[in-house]
Design a protein around this ligand. Structure first.
Ligand code: GRF
Length: 186
């Protein structure tokens, strides 16, 4: 039985949610930061702080092979929970099966609204007055697993996708560490 408090964080880019998870890791241990982009800014930040890092470029590697190698790295570090934080790859069904119920993701909308990309643009275009973010369990269906927690963010008159993204991101940085902390002891 893996220890859920041993958390691996998967990123593809700037990694601001990863930083929030690392900086608020009072109730869990961050055992690995992994990325499909070897030059991800977040990876450098993590390495500078002495965290374990792993990166493998996905070009030229089949999806099954990629996910097998990722899974091996997670097992080598004895990860018990996987937190996706801006990880821009859809995980294969066999990966999801292997880690079922132990993969979390943060998504910048109030799910089930606006699964997928361009969530802020879609919320503004729809005339919504409230947006926000959700932490959910990852399943084979994109952004569709059980929602563990949400934070609401009002949409203000004159908001652009960028201005809304900034405020939702600030809410993400509070919500994700809180929900992950609750998840690892449940
Ligand atoms: C965040 O908006 C998150 O909700 C989404 O991808 C973005 C990642 O940003 N899944 P960052 O890399 O954590 O700064």
């Amino acid at each position: 039985m893996r220890d859920p408090k041993r958390v691996a964080i998967l990123i593809s880019g700037r990694g601001s949610n990863m930083r929030a998870l690392v900086e608020q890791a009072d109730d869990y241990d961050v055992v690995l930061i992994a990325s499909n982009k070897p030059d991800a800014d977040g990876l450098r930040w993590a390495a500078d702080r002495g965290l374990n890092t792993w990166a493998l470029e996905s070009k030229g590697v089949s999806k099954e092979e990629y996910d097998r190698r990722l899974s091996d790295a997670l097992e080598e570090h004895d990860a018990g929970t996987i937190a996706l934080a801006g990880f821009m790859r859809i995980l294969s069904p066999s990966f999801v099966e292997k880690w079922r119920g132990r993969i979390l993701n943060i998504h910048p909308s109030l799910l089930p609204k606006y699964r997928g990309l361009e969530t802020h643009q879609r919320a503004i275009a729809a005339g919504d007055t409230i947006s926000g973010c959700s932490v959910h369990i990852v399943t084979e269906e994109l952004d569709a697993g059980e929602v563990l927690g949400q934070a609401e963010v009002p949409i203000e008159a004159g908001d652009t996708p960028d201005s809304l993204e900034r405020r939702v991101l600030a809410a993400e940085h509070q919500l994700y560490p809180k929900i992950l902390s609750e998840f690892v002891v449940r």
